[in-house]
Design a protein around this ligand. Structure first.
Ligand SMILES: Cc1cc2nc3c(=O)[nH]c(=O)nc-3n(C[C@H](O)[C@H](O)[C@H](O)COP(=O)(O)OP(=O)(O)OC[C@H]3O[C@@H](n4cnc5c(N)ncnc54)[C@H](O)[C@@H]3O)c2cc1C
Length: 397
């Protein structure tokens, strides 16, 4: 590995997309991943319309579109009464060339990007290479991985920590992860069940203070994601035993369902105190973690990656000022703290903490908004606010 390489820690969606963007720009990248393959646990699956333009710019959209499916129908539903409001994204037509969201598991996005990286002469992905050490001087960052064959040293011009919410890179930098952890756990399940037969749109926010859930279609084959909440004090190893209990309350009938996989997750609203320390940068969940209601977690990570690719390419290829990375860091912190995290908190409360009265009030509010085209369009435009205000491609290239 040359000292000019960019080292990316973590082959999750943010690490891989960042690696691909840099490699396409001609910058040598090495991805170091702890696991033997991409992590397949059920996680992000929604790509908001505002992300699609950037994914297209990276030439990834066509394949994402082919493997996933477009979706523009949503519903809010009061669990206790069945009162429902549905809407579409039609009002975005004229605002964007992509007036729809795409559903595709984030592991599938990773698979697409990995295939692309295989064709990049400058890119290398090392599996089973957990990063355990980090140091830096004025010109070079040094990374240690610990494998079954012992420790290996790597060096690069920059290191990007994309190693998730429990980031080792962040810990090795000594950067605090400020914020709070919720007293609930989310359980994400992938389940075969025919929600369409009950008139469900392909994304439904089921509002209830006990049985709240986000229900969304994952594949055309009637595989759905049902994410519900339970108390964090319940034992983690009993999640599987409790799934049936939750489904008995959430599903509209007792017809057979088949759980394909499930996973329990702790929930945070946290932001790293700094996103850049010398030649080391934090991105994705390593930089900021949010509860996933509304799908602003990966969206924030990807928007950060898109602008980081341009900023870092400018610094490396055009000998741009390192202050560009500081500017990126400040902007991403501000967007997360002032826009993404508060919105995700509001969404979580709406879905998982609404009693019948509050659920009804939410539906009334949406009804009024849908009837006011300007207000409704403004609401649908929200995901665009997570994009860096100064798209680096325009600002620095
Ligand atoms: C239930 C659930 C549903 C979600 N739904 C959505 C959604 O619909 N939309 C949305 O936008 N977001 C959603 N999110 C959030 C989304 O999953 C995360 O934001 C996303 O995974 C972050 O990607 P990442 O690449 O930053 O980190 P990760 O996906 O966590 O990847 C980190 C990678 O780093 C590796 N790693 C860790 N430590 C090391 C080390 N020491 N050395 C080397 N490698 C290491 C890990 O093995 C992993 O491969 C959801 C999250 C959950 C929990």
């Amino acid at each position: 590995m040359s000292a000019d390489d960019v080292i990316i820690v973590g082959a999750g969606p943010v690490g891989l997309v960042t690696a691909y963007g840099l490699a396409r720009a001609g910058i040598p990248v090495t991805v170091l991943e702890a696991e033997r393959e991409v992590v397949h646990s059920p996680r992000a699956m929604v790509y908001h319309w505002a992300l699609l333009e950037d994914l297209d710019r990276l030439d990834l959209l066509e394949e994402i579109d082919r493997r996933g499916f477009r979706k523009d129908d949503y519903g809010y539903r009061v669990h206790g009464t069945g009162e429902t409001l549905t809407y579409t994204l039609d009002a975005l037509a004229g605002e964007t060339a992509y007036p729809y969201n795409i559903h595709l598991g984030q592991d599938e996005l990773c698979a697409i990007v990995l295939e692309r990286l295989e064709d990049c002469p400058h890119a290398c992905v090392r599996w089973q290479a957990p990063v355990t050490g980090l140091s830096q001087d004025a010109t070079t960052a040094h990374v240690t991985t610990t494998t079954s064959d012992g420790d290996e040293q790597h060096r690069g011009s920059w290191v990007i920590g994309c190693d998730g919410a429990r980031s080792t890179v962040r810990r090795l930098l000594g950067v605090p992860f400020e914020g709070t952890t919720w007293p609930q756990r989310f359980v994400a399940t992938n389940v075969f069940y025919d929600f369409h037969a009950h008139g469900y749109t392909r994304s439904v926010f089921l509002m209830d203070d006990v049985h709240g859930a986000v229900i969304a279609k994952i594949t055309a084959e009637n595989l759905w994601r049902v994410t519900y909440s339970e108390d964090l004090s319940l034992p983690e190893d009993g999640i599987g035993d409790r799934v049936a209990e939750h489904f008995a309350a959430i599903l509209p009938d007792d017809r057979a369902y088949e759980v394909e996989r499930f996973g329990g997750y702790r929930l945070h609203q946290r932001m790293a105190e700094r996103l850049r320390v010398g030649r080391v940068v934090l991105a994705g969940d390593a930089a900021h973690a949010t509860n996933p209601t509304g799908g602003f977690g990966l969206a924030s990570g990807l928007f950060g990656a898109f602008s980081l690719i341009d900023m870092l390419a400018s610094v490396i290829l055009d000998r741009g000022d390192h202050a560009l990375i500081d500017r990126w860091a400040q902007e991403r912190r501000k967007i997360f703290l002032e826009i993404a995290s508060p919105a995700a908190t509001r969404m979580k409360r709406t879905v998982y903490e609404s009693d019948r009265h509050a659920g009804h009030a939410t539906i009334e509010q949406w009804r009024r908004m849908v009837a006011d085209p300007a207000a409704f369009r403004e609401r649908l435009m929200f995901p665009a606010k997570l994009r860096s205000a100064s798209p680096a491609a325009d600002a620095v290239r």
